[in-house]
Write a protein that binds this ligand. Sequence first.
Ligand code: GLA
Length: 731
Amino acid sequence: MSTPVTRERAESRDEVAWPEVVRLAARGVALILAVPHDSLPHVVHWGPDPGPLSDDELRAVVAAAVPPRATNGVDSAVVVSVLPEARTGWTGTPGLSGHRAGAGWSPWLRPERVDVVAGLGGGGRVDVLAADPEAGLQVGVLVEMLPTGVVRMQAHVTNTASGPYAVERLDLALPVPTRADGLWDLAGRWAKERVVQHRPFTVGTHLREGRHGRTGADAATLLVAGTPDLGFAEGEAWGLHVAFSGNHRVAAERVFSGERHLLGGELLLPGEVELQEGETYRSPKLFAVYGAGLDGMAARLHSHLRARPHHPRTPRPVVMNVWEAVYFDHDLQRLLDLAELAADVGVERFVLDDGWFSSRRDDTSGLGDWVVADAVWGQGRFRTLVDAVKGRGMQFGLWLEPEMVNLDSDVARAHPDWILQLPGRMPVDFRHQQVLDLSHPEAFASVRDQILALVREYGIDYVKWDHNRDLIDAGSTRTGRAGVHGQTLAAYRLLDEIRAGAPGLEIESCSSGGARIDLEMIEHTDRVWASDCIDARERQQIQRWTAQLLPPELVGSHVGAGRAHTTGRELDLGFRAATALFGHFGVEWDLTAASPAERSELAAWIRFYKEVRSLVHTGTVVRRDVEHGDLWVHGAVAPDQRDALFAVTLRERHVTWPAGRVPIPGLRRDLTYRVSAAGPGADAPYDERVHPTWWATGIELSGAVLADVGVHVPALDPDHSALLRIEAMPR
Ligand code: GLA
């Protein structure tokens, strides 16, 4: 049962008309918020749920949180609200930064209306509308505890006075406890996304700014403060994610008085947001996740995503994407051959990548002209490919880059003012392209209508939606102002209008590979392309850490050629396929150049993927490092814990050999399981030099023994995986 409490601010300040302290709790996580009558709410506790507390006990928690005035400082306790205010004496980063021609720069925001919905462990929310009439500002802060224990927050600011108010920053902050002594986040670059970095949580600010005008291959993704023992299963983790696909910032800040906060929001460019009277700026949503270990945190995020009504629930079809097979060489016969071979090995969705439209024969021209290139295909022959694909029972997918133009395109020649730019100055070229100003209504309508026309004419089932450059000097000719904020929101609108206009269409978010992966983009799309690097060794790392945010069914993963195009590394098909298996499986390989034996091995892997995809795509992700990280364990455990698939991968040759017994965690301790070699690789003849004795027959062990004692696994060569299927025995 939830108790909604909505109160207007009482006439007298002394009359507090809403609960002073609120506990929002779900799935073992609690937020205890003080909701004072004269300031924005502040978080007294975010972390493990202490359980239901009476009003008196809640008040005692707040009282216990008031520090001694140990330093030579402000004469009252400095309270740091979810939108920290400098007027309190707070010397960390203030949440709202802005001014009205130099005035109104340090507001005192007092609540005018407070909505509290506090359930008994099922989540809840605190929604506060506060104002500073002198500064002419109204600010709203919404803090929600979702049923999965994920905290979602958003703020907005409205200019309530005459004259413009310039918004520079609207960040929200959450405190983390003193025991969160280390910081963990991700970095990366093109084709090497999501690389882990660690540092101690020292005094100062660890600030991760994204200034690419897109999420960025180097995005922090999650900025995590953790206990010193933080690992997949160990320690506690508090993480913050800024759900925004434009410029953004996320920071971990520790100040002289000991407080530690995670904070973040959009990164606004100078003058980008100026509110006229009555106008409102809304921050991106922030997701704050507490978890037991990194796996606990990932599991919480995955259950949040999987609970969405629009989460993809149909079996994720096997994809063939032709990019690394043909690049720009769109020869119809070659594509028809590929489609046939694709269907033969079991592909269910055929995706035609870049190069099919207008003058696009390489990456220097044609972007923005979304019409089939008759010059290449011959009148009506594009239809031949679509029909052949559909005729073989496959869906047809198409690559598009709707937010971009080449200057060498009809659209750029006809409408140079539709390009984001500065007066008299085009931004530097980036992959020979520029950005279409989607905040321009005609540009927006033109691209939307071209795409919808194509999708309807050819019955396109799937769009790979690319975004291959940073937004640099991205000014709008319409407003004369920086346009990244407007562009980012317009891109979401464009995606939504296209999805509404083409029901059933699925969209993949790609951005030079994995440079647009965030929780807002995933609200408007159905999967992400994790990286342009499909070298399985690299993909092991990229997918391991993309999984920190997204479950595997949302992450595209393809089997590439034997020699990886981005790294030159040669890897066996078994390893390439076992790697792709733990995502949304696809093939990106010129099958006309593959041998019949390779194609039949690939077909076996595709059959296996179809067998296990419902398990992998609903299962709990379990990760472990064994032998100091030389051996990686990765598993998907069914929600009822009666079935699991694990991969054991040798990353590096270890100093001792064979590896010690490998623990298989995440199962029910009281059940007995049958553990057997799985996947097409399991058909290899038994070899006592490689395989443990149980390998040929399988073995029965309890979940407790699997977790605490473990099993020997095959003595793998580096860059090889062994797969284990673990099924509960009938009682
Ligand atoms: C980007 C994508 C690739 C491919 C090319 C096409 O780099 O990440 O997968 O689609 O564009 O130009």
